[in-house]
Design a protein around this ligand. Structure first.
Ligand code: PEP
Length: 257
């Protein structure tokens, strides 16, 4: 059975002080959600303070990106090994990084390898644009992204990776995919590709999140689907009550399974 994982991607929101306040507001409720892995991913400058606050907590800390080189002349970058001092997870290949910062399937692959080498769990984002969806190219696009991401990744490494299926048209728009649509892509595209790459025994162990306008109102329906093992949450993760409601929906599902 796959443990549901709910991760909050705070994007470029919250100063360090605000981040600590937000975590303090929801910490005990998140810790009470047995059977669910909860991750908060603040902006980098807030990561150390949040990590210190959560040092004895079941709530994990993630970063929103890493660089694969261990050190050197890479102005502005943060090495995976540096992030690993404070974080357990790293979001990699978010569509905003692909769109605004030139990330490619190749750089995503290097970042995954860097994160794994540093002991971080990569949360690897894949998803299609509206144009690709309208052109009925969702499936081939995501298969291509997954093949690129998992190039040279061993079976043992693959088992520890989390995939987030995030249709770009659903991110920050309030227009989440329907539960049926999200389940179809998470199962028949993402897990099917993982099965092709690693066999069904491995693919069944890899967690696949859905992300894109998940909120307190739609989380339960999405998380009830058998191939959706959690959520990557943007906007709703910045509101303690909403994030806690999403985590509780995951807990209810994990009890029901
Ligand atoms: C995200 O940024 O990964 C995301 C899913 O954002 P939102 O929940 O706001 O759509």
């Amino acid at each position: 059975m796959r443990t549901p994982i709910i991760a909050g991607n705070w994007k470029m929101n919250k100063t360090a002080a605000q981040a600590v306040d937000l975590v303090a507001e929801m910490r005990s409720d998140l810790e009470a959600a047995e059977g669910v892995e909860c991750v908060v991913c603040p902006p980098y400058l807030a990561v150390p303070d949040v990590a210190r606050l959560l040092v004895d907590s079941t709530v994990a800390v993630g970063c929103q990106d890493v660089y694969w080189k261990e050190s050197g002349a890479f102005t502005g970058e943060v090495a995976a090994v540096m992030a690993a001092e404070f974080c357990q997870y790293a979001i990699i290949g978010h569509s905003e990084r692909r769109e605004y910062f030139g990330e490619t399937d190749q750089s995503v692959n290097s970042k995954i390898k860097g994160a794994l080498a540093a002991g971080l769990v990569p949360i690897v984002c894949v998803g299609e644009s509206l144009e690709l969806r309208q052109a009925e190219k969702t499936e081939s696009w995501i298969i291509g992204q997954l093949h690129g991401a998992f190039e040279g990744i061993s079976v043992e490494q693959a088992i520890g990776i989390v995939i987030a299926y995030e249709p770009i048209w659903a991110i920050g728009t309030g227009l989440a995919a329907t539960a049926e649509e999200a389940e179809r892509v998470c199962g028949q595209v993402v897990r099917a590709t993982l099965t092709e790459l690693y066999g069904s025994g491995v693919a069944e162990q890899i967690r696949v999140q859905y992300g894109g306008s998940v909120n307190a109102g739609n989380a339960a329906e999405l998380l009830a689907k058998p191939n959706i093992d959690g959520a990557l949450v943007g906007g709703a993760s910045l509101k303690a009550a909403d994030f806690v409601t999403i985590v509780r929906a995951a807990q209810a599902q994990s009890r029901a399974r």
